[in-house]
Design a protein around this ligand. Structure first.
Ligand code: KG4
Ligand code: ZN
Length: 339
């Protein structure tokens, strides 16, 4: 294969249709067509509507990514696509487009795990990053700590027993009457609140990472206040929930730092856009003498740049390309995952 290689990345796992072009290590384009406005009125992503919108957006988004990168279809050396985890109908749109392009162009197809792609986003923003490192994974569907020992070696070492952290942000926002997605608005309101309310989480009672318990604690608090006719300070609820949710995950990360001696950390996934998470990760890293990095906001939430990057690493590492029988998978394990 010629150098530098041109990798087209495609991402359609949830409500963002995205295509990106990576030439060698250089990100040339990253086009994201978001459906957030369409789903907002339903308070969350409606899978069937997401699939239909991906269908209309996918080809124009791919064309725009190629044009913005200054390349043509004939220049593409490999196609990388998210095949899981995510909404099956949504994933299938990207997978079908990727398979068609791979077949028509006679180039290899790389089946990308969405969470590994979120982690790989850090290689784009921090070219000096090298394994081993620990990834703090915080997205709408996944939460935990992943140990990365090589370009293609990911092992889950700690995970939530129930809801994902992003799901908890979205559910708490909904309980507070705030719009979808909940993460960015809770982040914003929390800045003018005090983290003075103690929400007892499952984790604090000695269990594993759990976000369902924390969400229930917030909902119970809101009910109790309503029954008492007491006012609710929304900013304080946001700050208190956010602190508990993030501290739980950062504690798990530094428990792993102590256990493994690994001193490099990255953040990955949509919730890694959270300002308190970034600040807490930075401060704790300083305290432990660790180096922490996180992607710029545009590479935290779903995007195809991270998918192209992950595909390029699979190619570089000699991972076998996928066949044209590649299918979408709603739940995808990372090595070490019990479920
Ligand atoms: O990674 P992502 O874009 O999609 C999944 O792979 O799930 O993550 C989406 C999640 C949503 O739950 C959203 O509320 C959350 O990321 N999110 C945030 C912030 N920005 C997005 N959560 C907390 N603070 C933010 N600033
Ligand atoms: Zn994601």
């Amino acid at each position: 294969m010629k150098e530098p290689t041109v990798v087209l990345g495609i991402e359609t796992s949830c409500d963002e249709t995205s295509a990106a072009v990576l030439v060698g290590d250089e990100l040339k384009s990253n086009i994201i067509s978001s459906q957030i406005e369409i789903h907002r009125r339903f308070g969350g992503v409606v899978p069937e509507i997401a699939s239909r919108n991906h269908l209309t957006a996918i080809l124009p988004v791919i064309d725009e990514a190629l044009t913005a990168a200054g390349v043509t279809r004939g220049d593409i050396d490999a196609v990388a696509v998210t095949y899981g985890a995510g909404l099956v109908g949504a994933l299938l749109v990207g997978v079908s487009a990727a398979k068609a392009l791979s077949y028509a162009l006679g180039v290899p197809l790389y089946a990308v795990n969405h969470i590994e792609a979120h982690i790989a986003a850090n290689y784009i923003s921090c070219p000096a990053l090298k394994p081993p490192f620990l990834a703090v994974v915080a997205s709408g569907g996944h939460t935990g700590i992943v140990r990365v020992d090589g370009l293609n070696e990911f092992t889950l070492v700690s995970t939530t027993v129930d809801d994902a952290i992003g799901e908890a942000f979205d559910k708490v926002a909904r309980a507070l009457g705030l719009p979808y997605p909940g993460g960015p608005i809770i982040d914003k309101l929390a800045r003018s609140g005090n983290a003075s309310i103690e929400f007892i989480s499952h984790k604090k009672r000695g269990g594993e990472l759990s976000y369902s318990g924390l969400k229930t604690a917030v909902v119970n608090y809101l009910h109790t206040q309503a029954q008492r006719g007491a006012a609710v300070n929304v900013e304080d609820v946001c700050a208190s929930f956010q602190k508990t949710a993030v501290d739980m995950l950062i504690d798990a990360a530094f428990a792993e730092v102590r256990r493994t001696g690994i001193k490099t950390l990255v953040a990955a996934g949509g919730v890694s856009a959270n300002s308190y998470l970034r600040e807490k990760l930075r401060a704790e890293s300083e305290r432990y003498g660790c180096t922490a990095t996180y992607p710029p906001l545009s590479l935290c939430t779903d995007n195809a740049a991270m998918v192209a990057r992950r595909g390029a690493d699979m190619l570089k590492g000699g991972v076998a390309p996928a066949g044209l029988d590649l299918n979408a998978v709603s739940y995808l394990k990372i090595k070490g995952e019990a479920k």
